[in-house]
Ligand binder design. Structure first.
Ligand SMILES: [Zn+2]
Ligand SMILES: [Zn+2]
Length: 224
């Protein structure tokens, strides 16, 4: 049965648990790369590094989102996170792999880090959805997955519950603590969703302070 339309699947698509018609519909959600800044993925004519990213030394080297955060992605992500339906996790990972970062083939990554989750939230939810996405991706590309205790995350209210940008900034400040030696490494961060970027950029800042050389980000979806 197709996870999206719930019709019996007679002709399977390239995705497990998705019919060919639904798979085709989802391609409109793929982020296209024309006229996007290679660092922040915001609009930029001719793929030039945008003004904002030129102004300050970029916190991340490159950032990529596979999909727009539009129907049915929020629903699929919700099922995966809160119902822990593993088939949804596999489908989301397959969607990432179907639209991988253009820069990945020429980028040397020596460690993949799933966006950490606080111990309290992990215990409450039972798992970290980003660990699962990172597991599929590292298996596919034969990349080393960093241990889940590489970076510890303090328990704070979810960023999405805070309305003001200043509140979000203060909430996430000093939220991460690096526990392993990551000096001179080239790290790829896997995250499910980016809205304002405050969480991703705080993690990247913390990694930089710990001596990480290059930081790349691969998002399942971006809310723009
Ligand atoms: Zn379908
Ligand atoms: Zn930019």
């Amino acid at each position: 049965m197709c996870l999206l339309c719930h019709e019996p699947v007679d002709k399977l698509s390239e995705f497990s648990c998705l019919c060919a018609a639904c798979a085709q519909d989802l391609t409109v959600l793929y982020h296209d790369t024309t006229d996007k800044c290679p660092i922040c993925a915001k609009k930029s004519v001719g793929n030039a590094v945008c003004g904002a990213c030129q102004k300050e030394a970029p916190i991340v080297n490159k950032l990529w989102a596979s999909l727009h955060y539009q129907f049915p992605i929020p629903a699929l992500l919700h099922e995966f996170k809160h119902v822990q339906h593993i088939a949804y996790g596999q489908l989301l990972a397959e969607l990432m792999l179907a639209n991988p970062p253009l820069w990945l083939p020429e980028t040397k990554i020596d460690g993949v880090l799933a966006m950490p989750m606080s111990t309290k939230r992990r215990v409450f939810r039972g798992f970290n959805q980003c660990d699962e996405l990172a597991r599929w991706i590292t298996q596919h590309y034969h990349l080393p997955l960093l241990p889940i205790d590489t970076v510890q995350r303090q328990h704070r209210p979810p960023q999405s519950t805070l309305k003001k940008a200043t509140e979000r900034k203060a909430n996430i400040r000093a939220a991460f603590c690096v526990h392993h030696n990551v000096k001179n490494r080239k790290i790829l961060i896997i995250e499910d969703l980016m809205t304002t970027g405050s969480t991703i950029f705080e993690l990247a800042r913390t990694l930089r302070k710990s001596g990480v050389n290059e930081i790349y980000v691969w998002l399942l979806a971006r809310n723009l």
